[in-house]
Design a protein around this ligand. Sequence first.
Ligand code: ATP
Ligand code: MG
Length: 562
Amino acid sequence: MAANGERKTVAPDQRCAIGLTFGNSYSSVACTIDDSAVVIANEDGDRQIPSVLSYVDGEEYTGNQAKAFLVRNAENTLVSFRDFLGKEFKSIDPTHCHAAAHPQEASGSVAFSVKDKAEGDANTISVSEVATRYIRRLVQSASDYIGKQVTSAVLTIPTNFTDKQCEALIQAANNADLEVLQLIKEPIADVLAYDARPEATIEDKNIVVADLGGTRSDVAVVASRGGLYTILATAHDYEFAGVHLDKVLMDHFAKEFMKKNKDVDPRENARSLAKLKAESESAKKALSIGTNASFSVESLAEGIDFQSTINRLRYETVARNVLGGINRLIEGVVKSAGLDVLDIDEVILSGGTSHTPKIASNMRNIFPESTKIQSPSTNPSAINPSELQARGAALQASLIQEYDSEDVDQSTHPAVTTVAHITNAIGVVSVGHDGEGFSPIIAPETAVPARRTIHINGPKEGGDVLIKVIEGNTHIKVTKPEPKAAKDEKDEDDSDFSEEEEEEDKREKIWKSGETLAEAAVRGLKKGSKVEVTVNVAADLGVTITAREVGGKGGVRGNIAA
Ligand code: ATP
Ligand code: MG
């Protein structure tokens, strides 16, 4: 990373800070008003602002206005450039720029050649400069909305951004006169947005964050322990995302058009293709809200107008490959975190593609009933998936904007790192007249140091109780259903999770006791009283345990070395 001296810094009392999510497809900006995050609309009234710049007669357009120019000014329209920042030309995937300005090599890194001035020929503009120009427009919109010049921001980044990509992003923002307070990882921004809600209770939980965007799908498993977040596993995919759903609809409508119009293929002409793509994306979004969408393009190809409709079921059928890919990606990352779907307490669906109802219902089928699925179609109180990251970033910005630059620099190191954590749960088994039971105190994957207290019931009639502090972990108990006569498999064409696919194995999460760490006898308990057990795990993994009667005097305390 570059030395701090090269970074743009602003004195804390001069700052006006925002949260900014700069995606390959869309970006959004949020600020906080009275401690709650508000996503800002730009001058067109858009909160999801296409990450696009277009130049016409020396005039710069951005957002939806720029995106519309993909039809008749594609060569001067810049799209999908965020992931080119900090990359060598030979390592980029230029696919998404196919029908827009093409990326070129410029001294190893990426540049574009566009006619950005009214006079003269095309100019070569580095990707860093493109990003700077785009960020400048976002900052301008935000400043206009807030009524004050925005100076600083917390930016979100994918979990697989390299140091070089981070550095390039910070540089691009700095060149747009924007101080970068911190970079936070996108899944963490998503979790922050949920945890900041007034009704949220901060409890230990395992969360899957599926960030499904336009050109990429990023999934992370996050362990939330006492308000600290640890990323346990991540997965990235570039084949199953929003543009691939657009593509499915483009092919569907192109074929329909060809049937009616003597095999004229609108995909073979650049302008027709651009119109087909834009309308397919609109139809796709409409299908997230309604069960039907209309598709209508004037002069789609060879001057022929085209009108059609599609219903949601048909869409879900033609899109089943992409939707299935998203399912597999999410199931895979749970496995690579060493967890089972039964270990997941919550699934947060984030990113524009997460509006798709079928994706949410697939999650409902993959995860057990105990897992909360945070998406608009499964939970009316879910936060808009397109707004989560900007909100999380804005909340973080409001938290740290008063820090001095040096302290901020400290915190520019990733907000969440993989810190030391325990692999097994620590819990107690109390042995009294009422039998034995394992109660987890500290969940597996908890970052250390950690301290937790629980209350467990003493024997009903009072008396002595033996507390065993043990390590525990879970295993999955599978119960086979009663065998039934085999049914024939006719529903080949149905979605991956048809409703009638019952008769699955019953799977439960069962605690399994491991090694005993300590034993303590608490004697002479009063009738109906409780025992308080506190476990403290130090940074070196040494464990201290205290057990005492709630309200009683004394207690037992013991240390176990790491
Ligand atoms: P990436 O960086 O992966 O290209 P992003 O993070 O810039 O994407 P997002 O806003 O998260 O962008 O996702 C954009 C995708 O979401 C686009 O493909 C867009 O068509 C899609 N999308 C937006 N709104 C909806 C909706 N209501 N229903 C379905 N898809 C939607
Ligand atoms: Mg994104």
